[in-house]
Design a protein around this ligand. Structure first.
Ligand code: ADP
Ligand code: MG
Length: 235
C-alpha cells in the first residue's frame, strides 16, 4: 500500500517559486493498476517521483508498506527503493555501451544481491520480456521496443512489488507500445505487482483499476469504476 497525506511540492525559490503539487491525498492498494493522467505540466511526474522517494516534498507523508519514507535518510531511501520498486521511463535510459546482461545486472548490484544469484535472475528477467537471445547484445544495437523491454527487464529483475512507469510508450509506435503495455499488465495481473503508470493516453488509462486525474498540481478525481470494453474496438 502507498499512502500520501497532505503532500505539497514546490520547485525554485522566491519569484521562481512554483507549486507543482498541492495538498495531495491518495491511497494505492497493493496489486492495483493505477494511471496518473493529466495534461503536460500538470504534475504527473512530480507525483510519481514523490511517491517513490525520488523527490522530496516540502510537507506531507509518503508511507510505503508501512514505512514513512520521508523519515529515512537518502541512503536508506535508495536502499528501500532498490528492494521494493522498479522504474521505466519514456526515454528508456539503458546504457548503450553495455550488454543487455550488464544493463539488467545494475539493480542487483545496488540491492547487493549476491553475485552467485545474479545470473539466473537476469536470464529470468530477459525471458519475461521475451528476449533471452539478446543477453550478450550491446543495448545500442537494440530497436526502440527492445530497449524498452530491456528497461522493463531491468525494472523487474530485483522482484519489486511496485512498478512505476512514466509515459512508457511515449517514444514507441503504437504496435510496439501495445506490446509494452501488455507486458506491464501481465506483470500486474500474473505476479500481483502494483503498477503506477504516468500517461496522457486515455486508452491506456482506461485499462487501469484506478485513474487519478491531476490538473495544476491538484487531484481532480480518483476514478475506480471499471470501464466497459467497447465491442470490437481495441482496449
Ligand atoms: P507532467 O509530468 O504532468 O508533465 P511535471 O510533474 O513534470 O508535469 O511538472 C509539473 C510542473 O512543475 C511543471 O510546470 C514543470 O515545469 C514544473 N517542474 C517540474 N520539475 C521541475 C524542476 N526540477 N524545477 C522547476 N520546475 C519544475
Ligand atoms: Mg511528466
Amino acid at each position: 500500500m502507498i499512502t500520501l497525506r497532505g503532500i505539497s511540492k514546490t520547485y525554485g525559490k522566491k519569484k521562481q517559486r512554483f507549486q507543482a503539487l498541492k495538498d495531495i491525498n491518495l491511497e494505492i492498494p497493493d496489486g492495483a493498476s493505477v494511471a496518473i493522467i493529466g495534461k503536460s505540466g500538470s504534475g504527473k511526474s512530480t507525483l510519481m517521483h514523490v511517491m517513490s522517494g525520488l523527490d522530496r516534498p516540502q510537507t506531507g507523508e509518503v508511507i510505503v508498506d508501512g514505512q514513512d519514507i520521508l523519515k529515512l535518510n537518502t541512503k536508506a531511501v535508495d536502499r528501500f527503493r532498490s528492494e521494493k520498486m522498479g522504474f521505466i521511463f519514456q526515454a528508456f535510459f539503458v546504457q548503450g555501451n553495455e550488454s543487455s546482461f550488464h544493463n539488467v545486472a545494475l539493480p542487483l548490484e545496488i540491492a547487493k544481491v549476491p553475485r552467485s544469484k545474479r545470473k539466473a535472475m537476469i536470464i529470468e528477467a530477459l525471458e519475461r520480456v521475451e528476449m533471452p537471445e539478446k543477453v550478450t547484445e550491446y543495448a545500442r544495437n537494440l530497436s526502440g521496443g527492445q530497449k524498452q523491454r530491456l528497461a522493463i527487464a531491468r525494472a523487474i529483475v530485483a522482484k519489486p512489488s511496485i512498478l512505476f512507469a512514466d509515459e512508457p510508450t511515449g517514444n514507441l509506435d503504437s504496435a510496439t507500445g501495445e506490446r509494452i503495455e501488455k507486458l506491464l499488465f501481465d506483470l500486474n495481473k500474473q505476479q500481483g505487482v502494483t503498477l503506477v503508470i504516468v500517461t496522457h493516453d486515455h486508452d491506456l488509462a482506461s485499462r487501469c483499476d484506478i485513474r487519478v486525474n491531476i490538473k495544476d498540481g491538484v487531484i481532480q478525481s480518483v476514478d475506480t469504476a471499471k470501464r466497459p470494453k467497447a465491442k470490437g474496438g481495441k482496449s
